[in-house]
Structures are given as C-alpha cells and as structure tokens.
Design a protein around this ligand. Structure first.
Ligand code: PLP
Length: 413
C-alpha cells in the first residue's frame, strides 16, 4: 500500500505546470513543422520575431563586466543598501509618494507576494484578487493556509468593476478586520488592463471610507511586475503619488520585479516596497520581511542587484538601458495593436487591453479551445474564464493572423 511521507499540509496534486507543458508541445511542433508555421503564444517573456528570448544587451554587458566576487558574494538579508535606494528610484521614477518608504529585496516579484500574503494576513484569512488573475497567488496563499476570494474585474460594459471590488472588499474586511487585496496593474496578467488614475482614486476612496473604523487594517498590494512596459513614457506611474497622506491603517506594498524590466527572469530579483504615513509601520514592515527573507531564501541575487545599481547610478548606462527598453516597449505595443485591430476586424471578443504582455479572450470552454487550436499549430494558454494570448512572444505578423484562427475555432465549439 502506498504511504504518504509528506505531512498533511504539504500534500498537493501531482501536476506539472500546464504553461511549461504547453510550451514544450509548441517546441515539438516548431521542430516538426518549422517556426513559420507555428504560433507559440505560451510563455510570458519577450521573444523576438525569430522566436529567441530577448536578453537586453545593456543588462547582460553590465552583468558580465562585474567582478566575480560581486556575483558570487552573499547579499545582505534585506538587500544591498545601494540597491534598496536604486530600486525605489526605478520604481517611482519621479512619482514617489510623500510618505515613509522602505524596500526589502526579494527573489523576483514572487517573493514580495509571499511577504504580503504571509505577513499581513492571519491563518485561514482570504486575500482578495480579481477573477482574471495570476495563478501563483493561489499557490502562495494555499501553501501557508490562506484562501483566495475574487471580485469581478470587469462589469457588463467591460469597464473596471468598482462595485464588485467594493462589495467583496467590504464583506471580507467586515469579517476579518484585516484584508490584503492584490491589484495587478498596470498591464495586468492576463488581460493587459491598467487601472486609470481615476479608477485608482475610487479604489483608495473605498479603502479610506473603511479605514474610518480604526479596527480595520487594509493592505493594498500593487503587483507592478509589468509596469515598465505600460503606457506612454511614465504615465502609468502617476498613480503612485496618490499614496500620499493615507491613514495609518492603510498600508501599501509595491511588488517590484526585475524579471521583465531587465529581462532577468531567471536571475530572481525584485523588491517589496512598503509605503505608509507612519514611520513605525514601515519599520515594522522592513523587519517583518527581513525575518521572512531569512526564513525562506536567506538573501537575494547579489549580481542582479548590482546590475540595477550600476545602471541606475551611471547616466550614460541608464540612457542606453532606457533606450533599449523603449525599443522593446514599442515592439510590444505594435504587436498588441495588431492583435487588437485584427480582433475587431474579424469580430473576436477580447477583454479591454491597455498595456503589457498579454491579451485575454473570454470563452466558455477555454481548455477545449486551447486543445482545438493546437490542431492549427497555435499554442494558447487556457485559463478558467478564457484564453491568454501572449503578444510578448509572437511576431507582429502572426499577431495579425491569430484572431481569425481563434475566432474560427471558438465559432465551431
Ligand atoms: N506578478 C505577475 C502577475 C506575474 O505574471 C509575474 C511573473 O510572471 C510576477 C508577479 C513575478 O515574477 P517574478 O517573480 O519573476 O518577478
């Protein structure tokens, strides 16, 4: 008889990551049919028109020029002090709120999600996320005995559903008296939606109304993993200034990631950045996250931190890095525009796209649709509520063709 050796809390379904599984199938199809005949829209990484991972030259020349000891050495548990300065500059880019702010290094944005979920909820609590969401929020929450509740991201008019946010936010807060809500914006994964500054004001008004009751503790986690590829110039960072003068019982955490902004996915670097009107509350955040860091991963990737610090502190390197990033931002925007325009032309319903790596197509049986699309040599990730097309990974020419193929498959399902 088979026995379980893992403890009860560590027993999970024996499944592999479905996205990486689909990506492997796409690779097989490319080998068999040639890359020009396959649309591989699986992975959330920038890929050039020939299907190669984009690795920013300004980033990797910097990494490779570091002395070995600066790559090999341990970083401090909270992160290198100059990195903790640089990451705040890079995150806010002139839109720093007037508040007490402290950063702690994490291995990617994922580490910051873990800090927020574990350190700001009690055992058995639910966190609140949109119904179109990045599935590791659930994995991270379940791992530590927390649950995930959803609000509807969009209403019937396909606008940000502030009513659903308010209803779910208040019902959980009334029950738990503390609530972590994750807003993955700008450039939401999987929809490409970005909250406007006005929508942010509405979200904060709801938080402020509920903060009048001093028993309530409200934590808003802004998952900004795709922020660098959002908007024109720095327009999608303006909302940060709204985090000025918040009541003490509203705490903001920004999840910052170097994965996309520096094409450093595997080098695991990011930060949790805490914002409060009260100095004691950001200090408490800093020491709480430092303890968690030590307990979970000890410290972050020293060489990745150095890359950011060196680029941020050298105006010539910074200019070259910004120019290179801008080139890819434009590439992404052109691809997304091609996909959105072609969807309109063929009458394919998509969710409102504003920025970023993905476009989502709502549909009833997304799993079936994804399987059927494989027959057309198209590889698209299925989610609970629809398909996620990764414009970051597909050439503009193929982005133009894809909607018609998807529409045909959805019409016959
Ligand atoms: N948040 C979202 C929505 C993401 O899609 C990702 C990466 O795919 C992350 C956070 C964090 O990524 P990383 O840990 O690589 O920085």
């Amino acid at each position: 008889m088979a026995i379980n050796m893992v403890a009860d809390h560590a027993k999970w379904p024996e499944t592999n990551d479905p996205i990486f599984g689909l990506a492997a199938k796409a690779k097989e199809a490319i080998n068999k049919f040639g890359k020009e005949n396959v649309i591989d829209s699986t992975l959330g990484a920038l890929v050039d028109d020939d299907g190669n991972l984009i690795c920013m030259e300004t980033v990797y020349s910097e990494l490779k020029s570091l002395p070995n000891a600066e790559i090999a050495g341990y970083a401090q548990v909270a992160g290198q002090p100059d990195y903790l300065e640089a990451v705040q500059e890079e995150c806010f880019s002139g839109y720093r709120p007037n508040a007490y702010i402290k950063a702690v290094a994490t291995p990617g944005g994922t580490g910051s999600v873990k800090h927020a979920v574990f350190n700001y909820t009690n055992s058995g609590d639910s966190i609140l996320v949109a119904d179109w969401f990045w599935s590791p929020y659930v994995t991270i929450s379940e791992e530590v005995g927390r649950k995930v509740a959803n609000f509807s991201l969009f209403n019937e008019k396909n606008e940000f559903n502030i009513e659903s946010f308010k209803e779910n936010f208040e019902s959980l807060l009334n029950k738990q008296k503390r609530l972590v809500t994750i807003l993955n914006t700008p450039a939401n994964n999987p929809t490409g939606y970005s909250l406007s500054d006005e929508e942010w004001t509405k979200v904060l008004d709801i938080a402020k109304e509920n903060a009048i009751n001093p028993e309530n503790k409200i934590i808003i986690f802004v998952d900004a993993a795709y922020m660098d590829f959002a908007g024109v110039g720095l327009e999608r960072k303006k909302f940060f200034t709204q985090f000025t003068n918040l009541p003490d019982n509203i705490f903001i955490i920004i999840g910052y990631s170097m994965s996309k902004a520096y094409t450093m996915y595997g080098l695991r670097s990011g930060a949790a950045i805490g914002i409060s009107s009260n100095e004691k509350i950001v200090n408490e955040f800093y020491y709480s996250c430092m303890h968690s860091g030590r307990a979970n991963w000890s410290n972050g990737t020293r060489g990745a931190m150095s890359v950011m610090t060196h680029i941020a502190n050298d105006p010539i390197k910074k200019k070259a890095y910004e120019a290179e990033k801008e080139k890819y931002k434009t590439m992404l925007r052109n691809r997304a525009k091609a996909f959105v325009d072609a969807s309109k032309e063929v009458g394919l319903e998509i969710l409102p796209y504003r920025d970023g790596f993905f476009v989502s197509i709502p549909c009833e049986d997304a799993k079936k649709a994804s399987e059927e699309l494989i027959k057309d040599n198209m590889f698209v990730v299925s989610l609970k509520k629809g398909l996620r097309f990764a414009v970051c990974a597909v050439s503009e020419e193929k982005c133009k063709k894809a909607p018609a193929i998807i529409k045909k498959v959805l019409d016959r399902l």
